[in-house]
Design a protein around this ligand. Structure first.
Ligand SMILES: Nc1ncnc2c1ncn2[C@@H]1O[C@H](COP(=O)(O)OP(=O)(O)OP(=O)(O)O)[C@@H](O)[C@H]1O
Length: 222
């Protein structure tokens, strides 16, 4: 599903994002990317989404060599991907329903299908009863669930999350990770960047550990 071959990323200001990264994530895996602040976790996710391009090396996503993607092709790549952010980036002047519907509206999904899909996604994250509520009236954990519903509403094969539990307490963080495990159980490939080692050490998944842009460790223990 995702293959990095000798991938390096240097930003225009000279900052080193990633250095000679090699790994392969198979379809259906759930993997954590961990490492200290500035280790390159977000850079790795941005390369998969084509938000950034590597300085050298090759990134393959879903069998496609991203070097061959033109900017016109990028929306098609992104349709295969759902993204969850730490600060969930919800629109506070729209209801929960409208927030979750956004990717479908952008994709041109037929109107009658939008309602069905949005409610299915809200049901999966346990927020079906909140579709008409505005995000301001939700707790931090509920807001993050809306962000997850929005990320999965178009049924992506790949789910990426960048510090999805960064603002949540340990109990809520564990619940959010269980949700990701639920999506993984039904076949979605899940990749989560997190520096919350105590939480991810309790979960039994592969861990890629980065340090200063390099892959320090690849395994099921920190
Ligand atoms: N847009 C950018 N322009 C310049 N340098 C950048 C940019 N984005 C990241 N960097 C640099 O690349 C390196 C890796 O950053 P990255 O954000 O990928 O790390 P991270 O592990 O996600 O960190 P954090 O946990 O703090 O988000 C850092 O040195 C950072 O300063």
């Amino acid at each position: 599903m995702i293959r990095f071959e000798q991938v390096s990323k240097r930003y225009p200001n000279g900052h080193k994002g990633l250095e000679n990264l090699n790994f392969h994530i198979r379809t259906g895996e759930m993997v954590f990317i961990t490492g200290h602040s500035g280790a390159g976790k977000s850079t790795l996710l941005k390369l998969i989404m084509c938000m950034e391009r590597p300085s050298s090396g090759q990134v393959h996503v879903g069998g496609q060599d991203l070097r061959q993607l033109s900017s016109d092709d990028i929306p098609y790549l992104r349709r295969q991907i759902g993204v969850v952010f730490q600060n969930h980036q919800l629109l506070f002047d729209r209801t929960v329903f409208d927030n979750v519907a956004l990717p479908l509206i952008i994709n041109g999904t037929p109107r009658d299908e939008i309602g069905r899909r949005v409610r299915a996604a809200l049901d999966k994250v346990g927020l079906l009863s909140k579709e008409n509520v505005y995000p301001i009236a939700l707790s931090g954990g509920e807001q993050q669930r809306v962000g997850i519903a929005r990320a999965v509403v178009h049924k992506p094969a790949l789910l990426l999350a960048d510090e999805p539990t960064g603002n949540l307490d340990p109990a809520l963080s564990a619940e959010i990770m269980e949700l990701f495990e639920d999506f993984n159980r039904v076949g979605v490939t899940v990749l989560i960047a997190s520096h919350d080692l105590s939480l991810i050490a309790r979960l039994d998944h592969r861990m890629l550990t980065l340090g200063e842009g390099r892959l320090l460790h690849d395994g099921d223990q920190p």
